[in-house]
Design a protein around this ligand. Structure first.
Ligand code: AMP
Ligand code: MG
Length: 400
């Protein structure tokens, strides 16, 4: 049986980044940069005012004090978006607003709240304080210099990064195509939520969670109808999904029972199984294989096993296919507020909840059918076989 790391390595060796495409920035959220992107411009593009106020020559106000106000003539007004064609000469100032390009000659802005109207001369205003050079001025290029890196290849386009790219004038980016992930569930006992539940049946709960996780990982999920436990039906379902998608995430039917048809059906349609079973809990029955240039992730049916198996083994593959730099879940250090015990002989990825003070505790029952604990959990802690982490142990929580 493969270790988690061996299984992940086999998967990551098999999958390839998908070809890149140009993506309009409005559609680019969550995509991964296919190449580094540099700024063509300085950001801000020009020196500009950080305040509504008056652009001045700082040296003109060297003697300004409350008992010795300095009057400067207002030589013009520069609303945001307008570049004054006149120079601020000594003895003058310009009315400016937040974002106005700093008029030539000026090297500081005094906020309007600090300025007094001049009753003697309405064409000038009074300054009662000195202004250090460059006060309230946002300097050209202080955020980004022309030519500087905006984003690296493999970085994800997040909401703040969308704003960052837009500010640099970027309207589209090159990003790997999003993999289409087919999601199907096998099991005679499964019923669609919203339908009546007859004796012996359960509601199907894996596809919706897996589709959401796949989408969070950047893929385009495609949910397929329920698949009965039957070789012909499983073959047809796998073949359809594999032909329409880049990867297929199936659940159930991948154990050792005579109703478990996924592996046999996959082989029968020409799929080549790479490996089966991984030494982890939950999620041991896990099949990975290739069909043409497509991949099957045969996840277990138990709901917690399916989701954890996805997070540990399928998510990294979807991210690799998109050229992502970071393909493993981030870990958050947390201090156990109670012991966390794995009595079994296999590594257990135990579900934990985090509190605001950096503490972690078991999210509840760790059985692989207990969705309430999974729903409550913030992440997983990798507990080695036959190991108890005492309260107070600092653990790395794999965050969802
Ligand atoms: P299997 O892996 O097919 O042997 O299923 C293991 C357990 O998970 C059984 O109790 C199934 O009823 C349950 N199960 C399988 N698939 C699903 C599903 N899609 N939604 C909810 N429970 C499932
Ligand atoms: Mg089943």
């Amino acid at each position: 049986m493969l270790s988690l790391e061996q299984a992940r390595e086999r998967i990551l060796d098999a999958v390839r980044p998908l070809p890149a495409e140009m993506v309009d920035l409005r559609e680019a959220r969550g995509r991964f940069m296919a190449e580094p992107l540099r700024s063509a411009i300085d950001l801000p593009p020009s020196d500009n005012s950080a305040m509504d106020g008056y652009a001045v020559r700082a040296e003109d106000l060297a003697s300004a004090a409350p008992d010795a106000p300095v009057a400067l003539r207002v030589m013009g007004t520069a609303p945001a978006g307008v570049v004054l064609d006149k120079v601020v000469e000594s003895g003058t100032c310009a009315r400016v607003f937040t974002g106005s390009t700093l008029p030539r000659g000026a090297d500081a802005v005094v906020m309007q709240e600090d300025v007094q109207q001049n009753s003697q001369d309405p064409a000038s205003v009074l300054f009662v304080e000195r202004a250090p050079p460059w006060e309230n001025v946002r300097l050209r290029g202080e955020d980004v210099k022309a030519g500087a890196l905006l984003l690296e290849a493999g970085e994800r386009v997040t909401a703040p990064r969308l704003s960052f790219l837009a500010a640099a004038g970027i309207s589209s980016v090159r990003a790997a195509r999003r993999p289409v992930a087919g999601v199907l569930a096998t099991g005679n006992e499964l019923r669609e939520p919203g339908q009546p539940l007859e004796a012996g049946a359960i509601y199907e709960s894996n596809r919706i969670g897996l589709a959401a996780l796949a989408q969070e990982a950047g893929a385009i999920p495609k949910i397929y109808p329920l698949v009965p436990d039957d070789l012909a039906a499983t073959k047809a379902a796998l073949e359809l999904a594999l032909s329409e998608c880049d990867v297929v995430l199936s659940t159930g039917g991948v154990s050792v029972g005579e109703m478990d048809w996924v592996k046999a059906a996959f082989a029968a349609i020409g799929g080549r199984l790479d490996f089966w079973t991984v030494s982890i809990r939950p999620g041991k029955p896990f099949a990975f294989g290739r069909w043409q240039e497509k991949f099957l992730f045969g996840l277990p049916g138990n709901p917690v096993s399916a989701l954890v198996g996805f997070l540990l083994l399928a998510r990294p593959a979807l991210l690799r296919m998109q050229g992502a730099r970071e393909i493993l879940p981030r870990t958050i250090p947390a201090t156990l507020s109670e012991p966390l015990a794995n009595h079994a002989g296999r590594r257990h990825f135990m579900r934990v909840t985090l509190d605001e003070r950096g503490g972690a505790r078991s999210a509840g029952s760790q059985a692989s059918h207990i969705l309430s604990a999974m729903a409550r959990a913030d992440g997983l802690v990798d507990v080695p076989p036959k190991t108890t982490f005492a309260a107070g142990t600092v653990v790395a929580v794999l965050s969802f």
